[in-house]
Ligand binder design. Structure first.
Ligand SMILES: Nc1ncnc2c1ncn2[C@@H]1O[C@H](COP(=O)(O)OP(=O)(O)OP(=O)(O)O)[C@@H](O)[C@H]1O
Ligand SMILES: [Mg+2]
Length: 501
């Protein structure tokens, strides 16, 4: 009887001792740690009937954070926050609620189908020779699950599956969408490789508020919907679950706004990739691997980011300088060569989009935007890479109606017909229309008529500017034609006089 009651108690004590030991060993010299570990394990195995499973944050040589670790973290945040005594808090979805998780070196007890289990959260700090004021970058965090060996089947067969399932559901509930941007590579040091920094993504853009042709809008929404629910389809056809979009059009036509609307529609994170801060293709690959599923990777103004118009152009350099640089390159080691010689190249970017590495993870949209689609290399935008090309153009009357409804709560008005006719012959960007309707109605609280009249005035001005442009162009063409005919007459005279043979 006494044995029966004292064993579990002893088990708990040993589990706590083991937990304490994990804390202490972080500070022991490596040799001593190994020595003690070997012998204590041998002794403990005789009378310690407990099994431990560890879940590392970064395991083996993997670049990315372990999914098991993050799922367990979410699970523990919900199930143990009322029992753990040392907690960490962070804001959750919509910045409105707090998500509380176990702090480091904290332990909680759980019961599952009448069985007792222990979770502990630990970290290992590598012995470092340097003293730093900043928190250690190389901390290795992990969770440990301890249970009696007689419960092994229950834990393996049902408890772990239960933790994963619950953890994923909780993660979705608490998920706060993020907007990431890539750090310069000098900040990537350490085990955790902080390649990306993020802020909370809370952009109010939606498809309903986007001013564009309704049919085109519907088509894009359908496409996104099919992609989001397309896991089985992509598996069936044997393709990685990703899709490329190319958004092109003049400035102020809503490319960036559409990306935000897409992210809100799909409930995805956004990775805004600044290519000019990426040193070479290897860095690009690392950045890609560090992105999570359910995300949109965006490269804005792709034509400005890099020279991607075909083969990389070589800078015109004097021959001696080129030779001197070649000599310098030969003296560099492999890694240095990458740093110096490498830049992100077209082939690197293509690899990033549809090479072998792009298949890791899934559910990713890759979006490029440009103002000059004609400047891009066809290899970059061929179908399969950029599956859907979307042109965002000047504001149509349909687009204007969306603005009128959103900005002025107006479905129809006698001035609409005039605006419709003017929009058919004049180019005005949605950004200009928005600005006309917004500043007037929001800042000065003016009535609807004056807002519409201001828009008509802007359209008039745009039309006049276009007419001047056209006039200039035709004048130039006329002048060039006249010059040509003068040249031809001179040539003919030359023939006639025998000066030209
Ligand atoms: N189609 C649109 N629907 C609603 N608002 C729009 C639209 N196009 C532009 N706007 C408004 O104009 C502003 C500028 O648009 P946005 O930044 O999306 O343009 P862009 O095409 O990305 O321009 P750029 O090529 O210069 O990056 C936005 O803040 C938005 O309010
Ligand atoms: Mg933009």
């Amino acid at each position: 009887m006494l044995m029966q009651t004292s064993w579990p108690g002893l088990g708990t004590t040993i589990a706590s001792l083991m937990f304490l030991w994990t804390m202490v060993r972080g500070y022991l010299p490596r040799q001593l740690d190994l020595y003690i570990s070997t012998y204590t394990h041998k002794i403990l195995n005789y009378f310690y009937p407990y099994i431990e499973i560890t879940f590392q944050e970064y395991s083996g040589n993997r670049f990315s954070r372990s999914e098991a670790y993050t799922t367990i973290k979410s699970y523990l945040s919900a199930t143990t926050s009322d029992r753990a005594r040392k907690l960490k808090a962070d804001v959750g979805k919509d910045s409105s609620n707090l998500v509380v998780t176990m702090d480091d070196y904290e332990q909680v007890t759980e019961e599952f189908e009448g069985v007792k289990l222990w979770w502990s959260s630990n970290k290992r700090i590598p012995r470092s020779q340097t003293i730093s004021f900043y928190p250690a970058q190389d901390e290795h965090r992990y969770f440990t699950l301890t249970f009696h060996h007689r419960d092994r089947r229950l834990v393996m067969d049902s408890y772990l599956a239960h933790v994963m399932e619950e953890g994923k559901a909780i993660a979705v509930r608490n998920r706060q969408r993020k907007l990431y941007t890539n750090n310069p590579s000098q900040n990537w040091s350490g085990y955790k490789k902080n390649a990306w920094s993020h802020v909370v993504f809370e952009h109010p853009a939606t498809f309903e508020k986007l001013a564009m042709d309704p049919e085109k809008k519907e088509e894009i929404i359908d496409d996104l919907e099919a992609f989001k629910n397309g896991k089985d389809y992509y598996e069936k056809i044997g393709k990685a679950w990703k899709r490329g979009y190319l958004l092109y059009g003049p400035p102020g036509t809503g490319k960036s706004t559409m990306i935000s609307a897409m992210a809100n529609f799909l409930d995805y994170d956004v990775y805004d990739l600044e290519l000019t801060a990426v040193k070479n293709n290897t860095e690009l690959k690392k950045l890609f691997i560090e992105t999570t599923n359910k995300s949109i990777i965006v490269v804005e103004d792709i034509d400005c980011s890099l020279d991607l118009t075909g083969k990389r152009k070589k800078e015109e350099k004097p021959k001696e300088k080129e030779e001197e640089e070649e000599e310098k390159k030969k003296l560099l080691s492999g890694a240095e060569k990458e740093e110096h010689g490498g830049k992100v190249t077209l082939s690197g970017l293509l690899n990033f989009i549809d090479g072998l590495w792009s298949a890791c993870g899934g559910e990713r949209l890759i979006i490029f935007t440009t103002n000059h689609v004609e400047k891009l290399d066809p290899a970059l935008i061929r179908r399969g890479r950029m599956d859907k090309h979307i042109e965002l153009s000047y504001c149509s009357f349909e687009g204007f109606k969306v603005f009128a409804k959103n900005y002025l709560d107006l479905e129809s008005h006698p001035l609409f017909e005039r605006i419709r006719l003017m929009m058919e012959i004049t180019k005005i960007t949605p950004a200009d229309v928005a600005e006309n309707l917004m500043t007037k109605s929001f800042k000065r609280k003016r009535n609807v008529e004056s807002c519409l009249e201001d828009l008509i005035r802007s359209l008039q001005e745009a039309k006049e500017a276009e007419a001047i442009q056209l006039e200039l162009k035709s004048k130039e063409e006329l002048e060039s034609k006249e010059n040509r005919s003068v040249e031809i007459t001179a040539l003919e005279n030359g023939y006639a006089n025998g000066e030209v043979k």
